[in-house]
Design a protein around this ligand. Sequence first.
Ligand code: SF4
Length: 755
Amino acid sequence: MSSHRIEKTWKDRLARVLPFGIGVTKPKHFRDMLGIIWRNRDNLGYAYKVLTKGVCDGCALGVAGLHDWTIKGTHLCMTRLNLLRLNTMPALDVKQLENIANLKSLDNAQLRELGRLPYPMLREGNAPGFKRITWDEAYALMAKKLRATTPKRWAMFVTARGVTNEIYYMAQKAARFLGTNNVDNAARLCHAPSTSAMKHAVGVAATTCSYKDWYGTDLIIFFGANPANDQPVTTKYLHEAKLLGTKVVMVNPYLEPGMKRYWVPSTASSALFGTDIADYWFPVTQGGDIAFLYGVIKILLEKGWVDEAFIREHTAEFESLKAACAKLDWATLEKHAGLPWRSMEEFAELIRDAKNAVLVWSMGITQHNYGADGVSMVLNLGLLKGWVGRDKCGLMPIRGHSSVQGGAEMGAYSTAFPGGKPVNAENAKRLSEQYGFPVPDWPGITSVEMVEAAARGELDLLYCLGGNFLRTLPEPEHVRTAMANVPLRVHQDIILTDQMFIPAKEAVLLLPAKTRYEQDDGGHETTTERRVAFSPEIPRQVGEAKAEWKILREMAAATYPDRAAQLGCETGWQMREEIARVVPFYDGVQHLNQTGEAFQYGGPHLCADGKFPTADGKAHFKAIALPAEPVKSSGSTTFRDRQSAVGSRQFMVSTRRGKQFNSLIYAEVDPLNGAPRDAVLMSAEDAAELLLIHGDRVTLRNELGTYAARVHLAPIASGNLQVHWPEANHLIPRGIVDAGGGVPDYNMRVTVEKV
Ligand code: SF4
């Protein structure tokens, strides 16, 4: 078995001497930037203000204006530039909505291009289209329905698209004012397993370190993460960290090309000749991370390559982890991991030789029915080495969307109140006293459960603040039927999406929202490294759009006008004063009022000096079972041992994101790997076995249907395939969620047939 160190081929060596990656598949940053200027040419002045004054509405890396808190130079990427048009585009002509027959044939990219939603619009029953109504009429319609129903028969979902903490805060306050905890946000679909696993292990639910800890650490290990695509400026951090000697390790079925080599546009040497990022690649099979890490931990324990003093003084439940390791045999671990013992040993040797490390994970770990268990194993590894609470070390669930870290912290979560406090009688009582109205003490339904409740006819109103369940959840046709089964559906958004055209039993209401930049009194977001950053109001008015938090407040006030004063928060400034009182670790947010003003709650390191905010003050290991494989049949889900599935003629398929922001797709071909949207990434070994070559048309098939795809040869673990999300979502079985957090399992099994 050869080493997992990434060797340079002659092509790699040639690419290093040819400037700008000539002849290599890579993003064409400078060409694309010119395209962005052209697309925003009708509003360049406003675009400039957004870029120089705003806190980025893209990912959660975090930047204010063009500068961040980690590097000296410019911080800018194509994700942010692609999103710019959402902030500069004019209003759409609402006449087009009068008859939606023609709009139904447009995809979401085309709908986005129509422009901003400018006025409240109403579609009654199966009417041919929407008609314009006033805000008062919209509020009256929602208020009537909310008064007529009961709190458990309505629900609200809040997306992460540019949403600020003020919007999350008011969403949960309005929902609880109206008597329900059925309020949930997009974090449910990504890092909910990290929240539950981290709370158990270390007592916090956020990244424990700062990006600065990447600089000078011995190892940065990425588990199921592709930050070159999801947080592009991290490649600049990695470029600089590598100059200081940091080694980068990837544990992932696919050697993501952007993580292998990247051309950082704002770093001259990298823009010209590129940067080799990953040093090691361990191609675990899908879901094999748990077995792989068990194997690694088994070796670390056998050889004594752990921090015994840290384990003794600062942790609990070590013996149960040790006992679980002892019970597992190597043949089982190798089969589950898809990698041999020697690979685990090589990884363990890297761990042995590192004094410090930052462990980073993302959706490749969390979006499984065993997502929280995967996170627990990463945490177990970090705790064995004491890689938490000190410089150059950390546990880092890397966040995709700009504001998603703040969603649960503000309480827009069906299972948590503001401050991330669990929904229970004691916390409900305390919050009721703070708010002056009764707060319900029963846990609400999660995002996924909202759709299931709708399908069963248990919701009278579904309020979607952004998002697009039709494109983000498994089995879209089931989602369509469920959405149509709700009497009143409300979509608060800045643009049109295709879920808005699903009729409702009684009516569909569209509410035009302001962007985060237009939002009255500005707003703040929380970045991956817990930095609470202020983005000032950059005034612009599109039609009658309103600040998202104002719409929520006015909807609640219109429902119970006699109690409206209890909502408080009449301005953004007042709301931030209240957030500072209700969520004490956000104290300071009330003083932020300029671009770039920010604070990092908890300081650079959470759990500093081995002190953990758990009941006993210790970190907790967790022994978990190896994952079982979900088996879907006749509408019910059971689980079988993964071993019986691995190695069969069925392929394991993961869904991946290309050049897109959530379900907004920006390019038909991913510039990082050249894969078209209908690509199925396949190893050369598997392709040869199936007598396929690059570009061949194939059909992926499982019990839910078929998907027409084109073979795209890629360095990916044999037996694993990847397809784009959301295009192949109809093959993902619904109803399979992580027990620890409610995240849907976005993976599937298929057979492959040549067309
Ligand atoms: S890396 Fe993230 S925060 Fe930075 S500019 Fe790009 S999208 Fe915005």
